[in-house]
Ligand binder design. Structure first.
Ligand SMILES: Cc1cc2nc3c(=O)[nH]c(=O)nc-3n(C[C@H](O)[C@H](O)[C@H](O)COP(=O)(O)OP(=O)(O)OC[C@H]3O[C@@H](n4cnc5c(N)ncnc54)[C@H](O)[C@@H]3O)c2cc1C
Length: 339
């Protein structure tokens, strides 16, 4: 009762990174709230899940293991969460802002009339005073995310309804093992008690999962281009530089919209979140929606011909100049120094 729950996204028999990131965050929230961290695994052939998640500080793992639960379909997974939450009455529920989380979260929150904040960029615990009602709500989940087109960063609270539900994109939270020897309890549930036969009405007959063409999320160095790169050919320079640095190429939304780069390379609020050791922003102004996806980078270098570009204020190093001039020099330098 009153614990923090994380829904585990499972591909085959492997827990997705976003869920491990949320367990890390969930552990911190549970410790702060003085409650337990609980995780839900629903799928098929889940014997290995315990070993994957316990080191993140899970106190209770709820396992629902049945052939019809993998691959994911909406109704059985929604029934599991709705019925389990009716029994367990969690105070917080977190899930990935993924295709699965975006399908599952709203179904669960509407069935429980709990509300949900999508795409949070930070989660904290704090109080809220409703001055008009003369009421103080203690230890609420602050669900923080950009709002109104990114013009403000809003803190959203849900004082009255439970669970307080939030989704978070992959890469936004940090994944960190708490203790490799951490051992919580595992409860294996009777799936039939939670899922009706009619919930299995949708059957997945065939599935094609396309592998990502690049490793932008995991790259230690990202060379990112913006609208200032001027063209698709301008991006060719970035690919050349990235090759020399063993880096991946990212892009701003303006560059993607202009057709300079593929959509799956977009970094930011509506793209991927990266936290490389080194981020080189080339011709990117640094609007809040872009910064939301890269501000946790170790070192940020900005190459921009505008000394007042907003990105310069968060950059560790600023190279003032045009990308056409600076980037070929960098390529030439690295070519002659990395052989
Ligand atoms: C709901 C919403 C979600 C969004 N999500 C995202 C998102 O996920 N990711 C994202 O990136 N944006 C996102 N945006 C868009 C965002 O607001 C900006 O429009 C976008 O990030 C701007 O991209 P940019 O910096 O490449 O372009 P610009 O803002 O046009 O900046 C170009 C920069 O290049 C510099 N420049 C120009 N020419 C040169 C040159 N020759 N050499 C050097 N520098 C040069 C300019 O000085 C300028 O700083 C979103 C917007 C909204 C409303």
């Amino acid at each position: 009762m009153n614990n923090v729950f994380v829904y585990l996204e499972i591909e085959g028999t492997t827990v997705a990174d976003v869920s491990l990131e949320l367990l890390t965050k969930g552990r911190k929230l549970a410790t702060r709230l003085g409650c337990r961290l609980e995780a839900i695994a629903a799928g098929s052939g889940l014997d290995g899940i315990e070993a994957q998640v316990m080191p993140y500080g899970v106190d209770t793992l709820h396992v629902f293991d049945a052939p019809g639960l993998a691959p994911y379909t909406s109704m059985p997974h929604a029934s599991i969460l709705i019925n389990l939450f009716k029994e367990e009455k969690p105070q917080v529920c977190l899930m990935g802002a993924t295709v699965v989380g975006r399908d599952l979260g709203p179904r669960v929150s509407s069935a429980l009339t709990s509300g949900l904040t999508a795409d949070c960029t930070a989660l904290e615990i704090g109080n809220h005073e409703d001055k008009r009602a003369g009421k103080v709500y203690k230890d609420l989940l602050y669900q923080i995310r950009p709002a109104f087109g990114g013009n403000i960063v809003a803190t959203i609270i849900n004082p009255e309804h439970r669970p307080q539900m939030a989704t978070v994109r992959e890469g936004v939270m940090k994944k960190e093992i708490l203790d490799p020897a951490y051992k919580g309890e595992t409860i294996r549930h009777d799936v039939a008690k939670y899922v009706r036969d009619t919930d299995y009405v949708v059957k997945v007959i065939d599935r094609h999962v396309e592998k990502a063409k690049h490793n932008l999320k995991g790259a230690p160095i990202v060379v990112a281009g913006g609208y200032g790169m001027g063209s698709k050919e301008g991006f060719d320079m970035l690919f050349e530089l990235a090759k020399e640095l063993h880096a991946e190429v990212g892009a701003s939304r303006a560059a993607v919209d202009a057709g300079f780069a593929d959509h799956d390379r977009q970094i930011g609020q509506t793209g991927v979140t990266v936290r490389p050791k080194l981020y080189i922003a080339c011709g990117i102004s640094g609007q809040i929606q872009h910064i939301a996806g890269m501000q946790e980078s170790g070192i940020i270098i900005s190459i921009n011909n505008d000394p007042n570009a907003p990105i310069n204020s968060i950059a560790d190093y600023v190279i003032e100049g045009s990308v056409e001039e600076v980037i070929p020099k960098m390529i030439k330098y690295y070519k002659s120094h990395t052989k």
